[in-house]
Design a protein around this ligand. Structure first.
Ligand SMILES: Cc1cc2nc3c(=O)[nH]c(=O)nc-3n(C[C@H](O)[C@H](O)[C@H](O)COP(=O)(O)OP(=O)(O)OC[C@H]3O[C@@H](n4cnc5c(N)ncnc54)[C@H](O)[C@@H]3O)c2cc1C
Length: 460
């Protein structure tokens, strides 16, 4: 052991597990406290009628070399499953029509999603000036400014919704969509930026083993979190509901309820990866301002469903990645992923499997209905959109009362409060998907930088 002082990681989702695993590999003593009966947090896979059913993450982009490294170390390389080429065929559902998402200049100019005026405005995009308020501009204002109202309403609004299920007028361009925002900052525009960054990405990808491909695992994403937990062994404690964090000299003492019994664990460092609204109460005794900033982060309510139908009854589906729906279409469904097309081995010959996400800040009234009514409504909406003539044979769902953190236009101030908290409380770090991005790749990159920070702190 490099240090006899424990590093206590709060939360056993991908952020907590990967941070603990990286520190364990560096030779530090770690313990992970997870409230639930199982690890994984938002990652949870089950099997139904021989189909792989995900409650959380359905597919991820390989945007960091950490994924390749982890899967190799965890002996999961052979289980990695990359999406078929159909992932490039994506649709926007508007006015009862599935419009292909234009991915080239030719398809953009042919697309019926946009008027001629809009297409001309897009050609002028490279000459649009930069934002005057880059840190507080919403993604809606950013896209309208650069590409026009119609591109925002008919297309971008749908992509924003499927990433965050939140309000594009409140989400920050800079913090919620840093890669898109960087195209303006770095290259002066989205069009020239996209071309240059794709070239740079391809070069970097071949150098750093990050493919940019969409992937899952043969037995679903729980393979990843279970394998990390397996490596950590007894260092992961489930049914451990963290209650408070106090100080004993320079050390931290974490109290947790373990199956009805209050226990404590002492360590030199605490890494919190629990959701922001949970971290708020733990941080409050140290820094009230930081706690308020944590509490202010919104988490919309969302329902995710896995619906499987006998193939012959699905009559209106064109193979592809799936579709997404702009707000103006007034649908409860936000997006649908055609799992059977992306990952054929996740379903059977007979069943067509769809992952459906509905609700979010723009459909709050959906959750005034009973659970049964919500499922019935969403299933009927999907059946209408894809002309499905029978009821589903697989129907699995989860209502997320608090889905994903919203990186709002106030995020800069919130992030400043978190950094100030960490400076004033050395050894207490705030991590998780409310910092530096929500995707699986983001969480793994954050885990790496947090584990490096912990090492610097311990060895300083
Ligand atoms: C439905 C859904 C679909 C998604 N789809 C994708 C996708 O397709 N691709 C993608 O890249 N990303 C996707 N994401 C985002 C990604 O899954 C998450 O951002 C990521 O898994 C979050 O991991 P985390 O460890 O930061 O948080 P969490 O997974 O929320 O982990 C936090 C953990 O803390 C625990 N905890 C809470 N309170 C306490 C306490 N008091 N004491 C101890 N433990 C506590 C929780 O039980 C939980 O296990 C999706 C998310 C959801 C919800």
């Amino acid at each position: 052991m490099k240090s006899d002082k424990k590093i206590i990681v709060l939360g056993g989702g991908i952020s907590g597990l990967s941070t603990a695993y990286m520190l364990h590999k560096k030779g530090y003593e770690v313990v992970v406290l997870e409230k639930g009966s199982e690890v994984g947090g938002m990652i949870s896979t089950t099997t139904e009628k021989d189909c792989i059913v995900e409650k959380g993450v359905t597919h991820a982009l390989e945007l960091t070399p950490i994924i390749g490294e982890l899967t190799e170390e965890l002996k999961l390389k052979d289980d990695l499953l990359y999406a078929s080429d159909l992932m490039y065929k994506k649709y926007i559902y508007l006015d009862g029509v599935m419009h292909p998402v234009p991915l080239s200049a030719t398809t953009f100019f042919k697309s019926e999603l946009f008027s001629t005026n809009t297409k001309l405005k897009v050609m002028n995009e490279p000459f649009t000036g930069k934002s005057k308020n880059p840190t507080s501009e919403s993604i809606a204002d950013f896209v309208r400014r650069r590409l026009g109202k119609e591109i925002f309403e008919n297309a971008f609004d749908a992509f924003v919704a499927e990433a965050y299920y939140g309000d594009p007028e409140k989400l920050s361009a800079k913090y919620a969509f840093p890669k898109l925002f960087a195209l303006e900052e770095k290259y002066g525009g989205l069009l020239q930026g996209a071309v240059k960054s794709i070239k740079n990405f391809k070069k970097a990808a071949s150098e750093t083993r990050q493919s940019g491909s969409v992937f899952t695992f043969a037995k679903g994403f729980s393979s990843l979190t279970n394998a990390i937990a397996g490596k950590l062994g007894h260092r992961v404690i489930t049914h451990a509901d963290v209650l408070s964090i106090t100080k004993n000299g320079e050390d931290f003492v974490v109290s947790y309820n373990h199956a009805g019994q209050v226990k404590t664990v002492e360590g030199s460092t605490v890494v919190s990866t629990v959701p922001a609204y949970i971290a708020a109460d733990l941080v409050d005794p140290y820094d009230h301002e930081a706690a308020l900033s944590l509490k202010k982060i919104e988490y919309p309510q969302v329902i995710t469903l896995y619906l499987g139908f006998t193939k012959k009854y699905v009559t209106g589906h064109t193979p592809g990645y799936g579709f997404t729906i702009p707000h103006k279409a007034k649908s409860n469904i936000v997006n649908v992923v055609y799992i059977s097309d992306l990952f054929p081995s996740h379903s059977t010959e007979e069943i067509m499997l769809f992952s459906v996400t509905a609700g979010g800040t723009r459909n709050k009234e959906l959750f005034e209905l009973s659970r049964e009514e919500i499922i019935k409504k969403i299933t009927l909406e999907l059946r209408e959109m894809l002309h499905i003539t029978a009821s589903p044979s697989i129907q699995s769902f989860k209502i997320w009362n608090k889905f994903l953190p919203q990186y709002s236009i106030e995020y800069k101030q919130q992030e400043e409060a978190f950094s100030r908290f960490e400076t004033n409380n050395p050894g207490f770090l705030l991590s998780g998907n409310f910092r530096n991005g929500i995707t699986l790749s983001d969480c793994l990159s954050t885990a790496q930088s947090v584990s490096d920070s912990v090492e610097r702190y311990i060895t300083s």
